[in-house]
Structures are given as structure tokens and as C-alpha cells.
Design a protein around this ligand. Structure first.
Ligand SMILES: [Zn+2]
Length: 318
């Protein structure tokens, strides 16, 4: 389903960077401490760590490969992290988001490998806008097959992933299966409630169109009948051309758009330039790829609630 129309022609797919796969051959003897006495889970980035924390509760020790504030797509896994991976009981990751993690997991002997992307359905949003990768320094493979990796921003898909992670934990650590089951049920219930909040909050709005600098909200848009206009192919540090701004202005007028959204982990310069030229306001729509002091909330749920509030205001909710 086509939820994003192409706004601006994408020309920035040329800046392909080489992947630092060389680090993978190094240093497997430099192992980390052998276990914590708990079920040791290595999570690739925040949305995975949050699931592991909530589902595992007291029984798990969760380590995230991506530190808070770090753009997850840019992660280059270190030899130390590879050692950590080897000593862990399980790894929870999202294939095609972080190529460096995919490679490390593929080569790792860790017994339980949980790929979140395999626990829900993925769609091709990238083709319509020239690829989310363009907004993130064009990492090849980020959306291999054109699949949009940003499933966690759709509460329904995130709940499906939670169910799968719960089952995987039960199987890998059967001594605590009852607790994993209980924690999963509680998390899924909370995600269902969040879904209802979004459905009701976005049901009646003046416009259905919103503009983002980061093409991360395709699943969310589709879930709630919205259209994401992603300003793709623009380097966050570069200024858009006059022609691009003109296109944007035209579209914004036609669709009654009020706001250009930017995200917390990347510069807001592009959003501010476009908004200034088009007479629009700017606001934050957080892709929740990490939680920092600048996040509008302390965890997935509170940031999603802030996202809903921002969307309601931008779309003119009644
Ligand atoms: Zn992203």
C-alpha cells in the first residue's frame, strides 16, 4: 500500500560507504566476563533492549550494542562487543537495520538468535521514497529488498514482535517461562492500549499528511490512515535547493500541512530551513532509535505518547 508519495527526487544514494567488516576477524580471545548468573541478552539497539527488559524482568541481564544517542544505523560493532556476543545466552536484533550487527550475529556461536524482523510482516516503503538509507548516509543493505525496518513504531507490529520474543525466551530459559509469559502478556496489553490511543487520537483530523526529515514512520502512517511525506535524499547538514522548497510548499499548501517534523538524534537544520521558507512550524517526531536526555519521555511508551500529541497538533485533531 502506497502510504508515502515521493516528495523530492532522490539523488543522494551515491554516497555509499564501505562497511567495516574487518573488525570481525579480530580478537575473539579477548572474552568478556563469563556470564552474570542471569539470562544474558545482547540487544542491538533501544527498541530491542526495551523488549528484552520488559519481557525478561529480573531474570535477564540486557546489554545494548548501540549506546544512547548513537545513530543505530551507523553502528560499527567492536571486537569487545563481539566477545560479549559470544558469551551471551541470546541476541535480539532487527535484521537489515544494522549491517555490522547482522554480520556479527551470523558469525557468532550464540545459541539463541532472535531476529525481530522475522516475527512480524515487513513492507517495502523504501522504494517509493528512494530508500530510507538516503537519510542515513546511504548504508547499503539497510533496507535490502526494499523492506522498511522501522516496525517498532507501529504498536501492532511491535506487539507481534514482543509475542515472538516472549516465546523465544521461554524456550531458551525454560526455568523462568511462566514469568516471561506473564511479562509478555502485560507488555502486549499495554501496546494494544497504545494502539487504541493512536486510533482514537488520529481518527478525526483536519489533514492526514505530515512531513518528516526521517522516513521512519511508514508503518505508523499506514496503521492510522496517514500519509508520510519524507524529505528524503537530503543530507541533514545540507540546505535544500530553492526548487525543492518550492515543491514542498506547493504540496504543503495543497494538503494543509502545518508542520515539518525532525528527530532527536539528527540535526534539525534541514527541517528548520524548509519550514522557515514555507512558513510552517517545526516539531519533533521521535523514531525512538535511542533514548537520551533530549527525548520527550523516558521509555518507548512515553515517547510514543509524545509522538501522538505532536501528530494530533500537526494534523489538527478535533
Ligand atoms: Zn531509521
Amino acid at each position: 500500500m502506497n502510504v508515502r508519495r515521493r516528495l523530492i527526487p532522490v539523488t543522494a544514494l551515491t554516497a555509499v560507504t564501505a562497511l567495516g567488516i574487518g573488525t570481525l576477524s579480530a580478537c575473539s580471545s579477548d572474552t568478556a566476563a563469563a556470564g552474570t548468573g542471569k539470562f544474558d541478552v545482547v540487544a542491538s539497539f533501544y527498541p530491542m533492549a526495551f523488549l528484552a527488559d520488559r519481557i525478561g524482568g529480573n531474570h535477564v541481564h540486557v546489554t545494548s550494542l548501540t549506546s544512547p544517542g548513537q545513530e543505530p544505523h551507523d553502528l560499527e560493532i567492536s571486537p569487545k562487543q563481539i566477545a560479549l556476543l559470544q558469551d551471551s545466552d541470546a541476541v535480539l536484533y532487527l535484521k537489515n537495520l544494522q549491517p555490522s550487527v547482522d554480520d556479527a550475529v551470523a558469525q557468532s556461536p550464540v545459541r539463541t538468535k532472535i531476529d525481530a524482523a522475522s516475527l512480524t510482516t515487513l513492507e517495502e516503503h523504501g522504494n517509493e521514497v528512494g530508500g530510507h538509507a538516503a537519510a542515513h548516509d546511504s548504508h547499503p543493505g539497510e533496507e535490502s529488498g526494499g523492506k522498511d525496518p522501522h516496525i517498532w513504531l507501529d504498536p501492532v507490529r511491535y506487539a507481534q514482535v514482543a509475542e515472538g520474543v516472549g516465546k523465544a525466551f521461554e524456550k531458551a530459559d525454560p526455568g523462568h517461562a511462566a514469568d516471561y509469559k506473564k511479562n509478555t502478556a502485560a507488555l502486549v496489553k499495554q501496546l494494544n492500549e497504545l494502539n487504541t490511543q493512536f486510533e482514537q487520537g488520529l481518527a478525526d483530523t483536519r489533514t492526514k499528511v505530515f512531513i518528516t526529515t526521517h522516513a521512519a514512520f511508514g508503518y505508523l502512517a499506514e496503521r492510522y490512515g496517514l500519509t508520510e511525506e519524507a524529505i528524503n535524499g537530503l543530507d541533514p547538514e545540507s540546505e535544500p535547493s530553492a526548487a525543492r522548497v518550492k515543491d514542498l510548499e506547493k504540496m504543503a499548501r495543497a494538503d494543509g500541512v502545518s508542520t515539518v517534523f525532525y528527530e532527536t538524534l539528527v540535526s534539525d537544520k534541514t527541517a528548520k530551513t524548509i519550514a522557515g521558507d514555507a512558513g510552517l512550524r517545526t516539531d519533533v517526531l521521535d523514531p525512538i532509535e535511542g533514548i537520551t536526555d533530549r527525548s520527550r519521555g523516558k521509555d518507548y511508551f512515553s515517547v510514543q505518547e509524545a509522538n501522538l500529541k505532536a501528530l494530533r497538533q500537526a494534523l489538527g485533531a478535533k
